[in-house]
Design a protein around this ligand. Sequence first.
Ligand code: SF4
Ligand code: SF4
Length: 417
Amino acid sequence: MTQSESLRAEVAKCNRCGYCQETCPVFAVTGVESSVARGRIALVRRILEGRAELSEEMDHPLFECLLCRGCVSVCAAGAETDRIIVESRAAWRRQHGSSAAWTAARETLLDRGALIRAARVAFSASRLGLPRLARATGLLRLFPPGLQAAAELVPQPPARFLTDLWQELDLVPAHASRRVGYFVSCGMNLVQPRAATDSVRSLAALGCAVEPLDNCCCGLPAYVSGETGTARLAAERNLLAIEERPGLDAVVTDCASCSSHLRRMPELVSPDLRERAERVAARVLDYTQIVGQASWPTALRPVARRVTFHDPCHLARHQDLAQWPRTILRVIPGLDYVELPEADWCCGGAGTYSAAHAEVAGSILARKWGHVQSTDADTVVTACPSCMIQLEYGARRAGSRIRVRHISSVVAEALGC
Ligand code: SF4
Ligand code: SF4
């Protein structure tokens, strides 16, 4: 393992107090010390001190973490377990190599056109009832691992993606007061295109001239898998895609995972690009931020629903933006907002996690869905396509009629756009 000073310093912060046990969704399921931040950090410390090997078997404790930052939120010592784990995964990859899934998926992650073509074929097979065929033929291996899980979890893949619909959308209103670059999330484009359409329409209705960016995947799936080379290439390609649109007032995305990861761009790109990446990262806004702070028209349509909100980890814990969705939902007339117990606990989706650790993820989802049902809400709203997929799976599994919606769909309904 590369014994970077920063990794050693981060590991040294842990004083073994154990408070992180209370907020770790994985530990709540397994009850074993190796699942909680204290145990994971102890393992990395042993490796750094040469008392343990970074063996192939270490993939389980390293890759079983959700990177949800539940532990970080209660750690008085300030140990950033998610950073420790990601850096350790990268070291594990350097020692043991990329997985076959990553070798196959690298090019689709870096090229939106290639990803869209792969999605069309895989989803066609799925619509024909052939998801097993898609998997057996290796088609799903062309997807970055996070989307492989999505492709298998989505029962009715969309016939058209957001990128098929651009020409039909009026994204530059006459009253626009600012130009925003819309960063196209793979999950929103390919799996939740209706919600993505609501996002861009509502941004336009709130006075934004929306310019779709020619970006590739944000690179988060590669980053969390320890595929640092691919994560760097994605960051650098997206830097150039954003710079192709000079003078933007903001770079906006409706995927909390993307907005969170785009802010990390300066630490991912090569040193000669860092200053440019800092300028871009400073202009990144999550959809909930820009809409929560926008001037809304006084005449809004009532939305007669009882609504609760699930906080994506990448919104609440990675970006500290939990106030904005609540601000938005409380503005909308007729909407009965009820707070979700443990709203900021991970839902178990976490990109590849629900596929790679299905049993643990299933238990985490059961806890989340139980809380959703306890609110008597008819709609659970969130702000990340990965959470939507997981919550929709939770609803199907429970035979529940509770609807899962992206917050932009509720906003679009209130704005009548
Ligand atoms: S990670 Fe933080 S909360 Fe957990 S044992 Fe270490 S110091 Fe305590
Ligand atoms: S990041 Fe989440 S899953 Fe990982 S140790 Fe911390 S609380 Fe547990």
